[in-house]
Design a protein around this ligand. Sequence first.
Ligand SMILES: C[S@@+](CC[C@H](N)C(=O)[O-])C[C@H]1O[C@@H](n2cnc3c(N)ncnc32)[C@H](O)[C@@H]1O
Length: 511
Amino acid sequence: MSTSGLPALPAAPASGRSDVAARLRDALLGASFTADGLLELLGAPAYAALARSETVPALRATRGDTPLEVLVRLFLLQQPVPHARVAGVLPVDACLESGWLVRVGGDSKDDVAATVDVRPYGGPGGEDWFIVSDLGCAVGGAGGIGSRDEGVVLGVGGASTTLAGITVRTPVSAALDLGTGSGIQALHAAQHATRVTATDLNPRALHITALTLALSGAPAADLREGSLFEPVRDDEKYDLIVSNPPFVISPGARLTYRDGGMGGDDLCRTLVQQAGERLNEGGFAQFLANWQHVEGEDWQDRIRSWVPRGCDAWIVQREVQDVTQYAELWLRDAGDHREDPAEYQARYDAWLDEFEARKVKAVGFGWITLRRTGAAVPSVTAEEWPHPVEQPLGDAVRAHFDRLDYLRAHDDAALLAGHFKLAAEVVQEQVGLPGAEDPEHVVLRQHRGMRRATKVDTVGAGFAGVCDGSLSAGRILDAIAQLVGEDPVLLRDRTPAQIRLLVEQGFLEPA
Ligand SMILES: C[S@@+](CC[C@H](N)C(=O)[O-])C[C@H]1O[C@@H](n2cnc3c(N)ncnc32)[C@H](O)[C@@H]1O
């Protein structure tokens, strides 16, 4: 892969406090070059604009000469700054020697500039982390990336934070981040995994991951180059596998960070299929993925067929785009819309040719979570949930699989003997015409996690309302039967299916 057009990277970090990355970290923190410090300096609008790759508001807010303004200009806005100014803030000569900075500024070479983008990133526990990426590539997405080199390494995008948010954060021994890029997932994993392995097809990404971890004060990861699971030995197993893979379904590989280089959605399929045998019992594999909606095929059947043997799965389709929206999204991502119009048209055509040949009508975006279990009958849920959710969802994902275990172990009789509690922050909404005596239907709505809503009948609503863990489900149903004048035997017979659904979707929790 060509990375020839990209600048040389800073030297790989060495261990110990004397390492330049460690000294640079201390200096950055000393100048409040942190997520909070930036917000305070720039103000919310300029800070948010920067996250959209718009630099003008931040340039206007950093015309002064405080250490923090110098660092913002150097590392975020990638402006040359006089050597003497930087010397007051950073160990400038050590940074020049190890390649974090280079001398620029014509013949005098009085200015210095950064060789990589360094962006403050607040960890979930308030940690001050830094994400390293290629210059001009800290933020991908609709603005278009700043480099056309195929080996360019991007910073944190919406997909990165989505995956970090849905990841189950139970303490584990071994975690694998496949396609590590800037190292953001490895950095998160280092907080709760004893050992972190980070792989990438792109050696530049592995180098940048080492820099991100060192600059964030996190333990080094085991870095391995190679495609998909190639760098992992057959006998190596993990408790957690995460991947925000190059999932884009494109007519040909161009940009390594997004185009997997396999046809259609084959890369995502291969990733999911091969993950099962790399997981320890009880371990989770979590992926972002794109999948084809093929003419005459149910998308759910397509993804279900990817789930490896011995694994439960939860597949959530968050969005669907038709093929034109999809092609435009990724043409813009690469900045193709700013190029020669004829070339843009030819590329657009190529995307549509590819989809036509594959009979693809649309593309689904979503999350796939696998959990390895010894269960004889695995549970596979594939659903569409395009609505807002409350991130981080890691605990909700784990709880989803715990509830599957519970339901698998409890037949209807056991369910009726069970005790349940209404989940926190579930409310009831009555839907119907204004002034009508009875609601047309009742909706239970969660205000946490997936923020689900589900229609229930009056028995379901009454049942959920009484669930505080003290009475068994059967006893509650008997009381409801008496209240509404229904045969308790019939009610006990027909209600477990509804209870099962309420438990599965997290409205009721086994007490
Ligand atoms: C979308 S980026 C994700 C980066 C980072 N993990 C994140 O969450 O922001 C995908 C990464 O996968 C890498 N990659 C591309 N093809 C790969 C392959 N066949 N096997 C492993 N990694 C690959 C790219 O180099 C890139 O770093």
